[in-house]
Design a protein around this ligand. Sequence first.
Ligand code: SF4
Ligand code: SF4
Length: 430
Amino acid sequence: MPIEKEKLLSVEPARIHEHEHLVLEGSDISGHWNRMFEQRVLWDYTPDLLGKITALEGGESLGWCYQCGKCVGVCPVDVVGDYGPRKIFRKVQSGTDLFTSDDLWLCTTCMNCLRVCPKEVDMVKIMPAVREQAMLEGNVPAELQDAFEKTAKYGNPLGEPARKRADWTRDAGVEVPIVAKTGKPVDLLWWVECYPAYHPRGKEAARALARTLVALGVDFGIIGIEEKCVADSQRLAGEKGLFESLAEENIKTLRNYQFRRLMVTDPHAYNAFRNEYPRYGGSYEVVHYTQLLAPLMSKIEWKKELRYKVTFHDPCYLGRHNGEYEAPRAILKAIPGLELVEMFRCRQNGYCCGGGGGGMWLDGFNTQHLRERLSERRVREAVEVGAEVLAVCCPFEVSRFEDAVKSTGNEGKLLVRDIVELMDEARRAA
Ligand code: SF4
Ligand code: SF4
């Protein structure tokens, strides 16, 4: 229940004046709800609902929120809706049960709120913890449940057969070594992940990366049909059990092969291998493909100038979550002819494509709650800076942004390209 207006107005006027100078002096910068000299009417709140969240492992920090509001301005979901940790806290405090609320599924775990929060309220831990419980009670959007079931059954959220996982290599135009067949140790074991292995646009970028690795003489191999989804996004969407079983299986698979470094195409896989798998016994030297390629740019023989004005979208799980902002930009700056322009929201304050934390599988659900998709908002921002190409380096993003280019009427104005596709284009003869 919200506080009744009369109760807010019941403070004696003289005492308000007494307090006002503290506000002007800067001794108190709190909102009007704190300018009360009487106790808050706590019986109008529902502390049990907040307590249910803070009692969960990972949910504790929601209780630390002191309503400063810094988080709302940077929350990508609030830009296209009505959201942010401060609003979630207030809703829970005044009667919303987050475990059954649709709000539970809108957070993309992008981490921008945590970046600015003085109290370290951590939605990247709170949301998965609450979602896990909500799932156990059967409260999960149908399209997300479908992705979970496909991941459990087929080892990938697209529901594709495991035997087809390496089929993309056939049209790469170069030989892609599969370590199970060659039986040789490699310097770089490439963890391809699901969208580059199965999605039509992901496969194109995977082929471009394979050609680039071969051209650079990199000693690499892929795992092929034994590889399964790393399931980090499923974990963040609440399916911790599925994540754990796949982590154990993938770590067991990796034990069969000899390699020095693990290279990933997907920032979510990067996050999982770097920050989550070590807890389950899998510790590796992990590189994102942009980190591998950036120092090798001087070795590339370019054949063509690309006369594009390009802007770059920072993936949340490469940038904010893992601190890599430079490698993708170094590649784009090295490609001859490209002009790089930045969008207003970039680097630490980069906008989210909407695909993180399970959002990849919640587009239908989200359209019922948001004015537009986050990917659509981002495409408009790219068009606003005059970009002809929106460059990405996360396999979720090519298809998300290409859909958004169509739905915002920007077809013919803006191309979406993986960074390695741009490299491949400039490296090959016209
Ligand atoms: S920034 Fe942190 S403390 Fe401030 S309102 Fe947001 S969650 Fe609460
Ligand atoms: S993690 Fe991102 S989407 Fe979720 S509440 Fe924070 S800023 Fe908003």
